[in-house]
Design a binder for this molecule. Structure first.
Ligand code: ATR
Length: 264
């Protein structure tokens, strides 16, 4: 980390709990690498105090913006003065820029970070058939980003099928020509398979999809950042599939978030 002086811009990450976040190390290393005079620090704030904190941050003139993470992303949407279309479609904000006049501009970069990481691995989603396991917060962001990137078809598979149907309904509203399905059994016909459920965090978790249907021509990506290799990725790799771990998604997001906060 660079020396902090009176000229250093302050950035934050808001979470509750906060102890586990890895973003400060990753972001501060990125800022140092680029010689940017800014520092990102953790802010532990409870949901009930979020609005009060935001009012304070509006007044802090050397404050550049913040990253919002669990559980603050949905609540942040209504607290910002301005939001991007992605944030409004997904119903959540994960990064906020403080303008010089104190206005707060919210974006949702989770899904865009995922797509950027895919592209960095040489996979262009446009025209692909994609299978997404999960219909929660991470999955919604990835679903909208894949739709925006031009996938040909998107299957959303979720334990609670109603949530998959609801997400498909929201996507249909914005992307009326996208072929959508919520049939969890359609793994084999896909080009791109993404796990955005929380299954895989623990080694004893069952696989998030029918791994018997995986084929070597498929690309399998993981939204879980920890651990490095989930059981799904290990199986996919053993089958000869190309794979993407969760960490590149975080790295892409960090760059996008630094840009949104005006630090890069
Ligand atoms: P995140 O913000 O990380 O996406 P989330 O919104 O709580 O977290 O979503 C968690 C996702 O993992 C959901 O798709 C959830 O399925 P349900 O909608 O049915 O709850 C999925 N998930 C979590 N635990 C699961 C389990 N044991 N089996 C199958 N799916 C699970």
């Amino acid at each position: 980390m660079q020396e902090i002086t009176g000229r250093t811009r302050i950035l934050g990450i808001l979470a509750d709990p906060i102890y586990h976040v890895k973003t400060p190390q990753v972001m501060n290393a990125l800022l140092a690498r680029h010689g940017v005079d800014a520092v990102l620090v953790p802010f532990h704030v409870a949901p009930a105090q979020l609005a009060t904190l935001l009012e304070g941050l509006r007044t802090m003139q050397n404050f550049g913006g913040f990253i919002a993470t669990v559980p603050h992303k949905p609540a942040m949407l209504a607290l910002c003065d301005e939001t991007t279309p992605e944030a409004r479609h997904i119903g959540a904000v994960n990064c906020v820029r403080r303008e010089a006049d104190g206005r707060m501009v919210g974006a949702m970069l989770d899904g865009i970070g995922f797509v950027e990481a895919l592209r960095a691995s040489g996979v262009e989603p446009k025209g692909l058939r994609a299978y997404l396991a999960g219909a929660g917060g991470a999955a919604s962001a990835i679903a909208f980003a894949l739709a925006e990137a031009g996938v040909r078809a998107l299957t959303i598979a979720n334990r609670t099928r109603d949530k998959a149907e609801a997400l498909a309904g929201r996507l249909r509203h914005v992307y009326p020509t996208l072929a959508l399905s919520t049939d969890a059994d359609r793994v084999r016909e896909q080009d791109l398979i993404v796990n955005a459920t929380s299954l895989g965090m623990r080694p004893e978790d069952p696989p998030p999809l029918d791994i018997a249907q995986l084929e070597s021509r498929q690309f399998v990506a993981e939204a879980i950042m920890d651990p490095e290799m989930t059981p799904l990725l290990k199986t996919a790799e053993a089958r000869g599939c190309r794979i993407q771990r969760g960490l590149p998604m975080l790295e892409s997001q960090i760059v996008l978030m630094a840009r949104h906060m005006g630090a890069l």
